[in-house]
Ligand binder design. Structure first.
Ligand SMILES: Cc1cc2nc3c(=O)[nH]c(=O)nc-3n(C[C@H](O)[C@H](O)[C@H](O)COP(=O)(O)O)c2cc1C
Length: 328
């Protein structure tokens, strides 16, 4: 558990991964079958799926986004979306190239459904313009939009997503912008701002980000084939081609799974050894109670789980219970 904001609101100790439960907690339609295998989110805090300023409804509309949604803007058209690949062997892993499919932030904010969430939660936003000025303008426009709907009933913190590998950005594009973007969001919104990155984000950048951000959220997916993940991830095990690319998607996607967790652990240790004191929420590939203990010892104040719910649903209950004991 950790505290954020002027009111020192308690968040945690365990959250759903961003994108794992959809926009308002509705989850994916296939989750209803997974409940028979013990899947539950009970006891986890909520982190909403990443929103963008402009809609990303997919090819049919001439827009970006690889997971077409029905008119409700929530439900994937396919029961098992092509942009999500799950491997139930190898400790359980997923590769997704969903590409931040959504109908645009205004669509979700207008529904008023964030107002019905009762416990502290996270919203997530990613600026997706191709150039820095465009990204800054997008974040500003989003913050001004969100500010019109605040306060919600429950305390909210905003995650800025600097880690999605499925938008055609090289994450290094953000290196020089992270602090400016966080600072801007803080001043426009007055709510806690959290930097969401994968574990390949250079430590020096995260140290700078931690001076301004209220917390770090480390463990977004690892871009398929990224050599920065050596030696932990052996990409040759995937036969040299991304399973989602094989399905005809334009992106190679990002990996969630146990191979990624050592990268998170290493990054969190480095940050703590460098004197970073802000809360860190860690994850990517949590599968066992031992993983929780390792993250705790590394210096995480809370954890998140996403792919676990799909590839090892029967472990959710035990992991959630253990997280509440370990991260009190
Ligand atoms: C189907 C799917 C959708 C995702 N959507 C998002 C998203 O919208 N925004 C984001 O920051 N991360 C997204 N992620 C990444 C997860 O939040 C998480 O960082 C990653 O899956 C690793 O953690 P896990 O192994 O516990 O799932 C998504 C992951 C998956 C598998």
């Amino acid at each position: 558990m950790f505290r954020l904001g002027k009111e020192r609101t308690a968040f945690g100790p365990i959250f759903c991964a961003v994108g794992a439960r959809g926009f308002f907690g509705e989850g994916y339609p296939f989750h209803k079958y997974w409940r028979y295998a013990g899947m539950t989110w009970k006891g986890t805090g909520f982190a909403g799926k990443t929103l963008t300023l402009e809609p990303r409804r997919g090819k049919k509309f001439g827009e970006e986004g690889n997971m077409p949604l029905r008119d409700d803007g929530l439900t994937p058209e396919e029961l098992f979306p092509r942009s999500i690949w799950a491997d139930f062997g190898n400790g359980g892993r997923m590769i997704n190239a969903v590409g931040l499919s959504n109908f645009g932030a205004d669509f979700y904010l207008r529904t008023g459904r964030y107002h019905s969430i009762n416990e502290p939660f996270f919203l997530s936003f990613m600026p997706t313009a191709k150039d820095p000025d465009g990204r800054s303008a997008e974040l500003k426009a989003f913050c001004e939009l969100l500010a019109r709907y605040l306060p919600f009933r429950a305390p909210v913190a905003l995650q800025i997503n600097f880690g999605c590998p499925n938008t055609g950005h090289d994450p290094s594009e953000f290196y020089t912008e992270i602090c400016t973007l966080i600072e801007m969001a803080k001043s426009l919104l007055g709510i806690p701002i959290v930097a969401n990155t994968n574990a390949l984000m250079p430590t020096a950048i995260l140290i700078e980000a931690a001076r301004i951000a209220d917390a770090l959220w480390i463990g977004n997916t690892i871009p398929f084939g990224d050599k920065g993940a050596n030696p932990y991830i052996d990409w040759s095990r995937f036969g040299g081609i991304s399973p989602v690319h094989k399905r005809g998607l334009p992106s190679d996607g990002g990996l969630s799974g146990p191979e990624c967790l050592p990268l998170t652990l290493e990054k969190v240790c480095e940050l703590r050894n460098s004197g970073v004191t802000v809360p860190i929420v860690g994850g990517n590939g949590i599968r066992t109670v031992k993983d929780l203990e390792r993250l705790y010892r590394a210096g995480c104040g809370a954890v998140f789980v996403g792919s676990l719910g799909t590839v090892r649903p029967w472990r959710m209950r035990g992991i959630i219970r253990a997280a509440h004991e370990i991260f009190t």
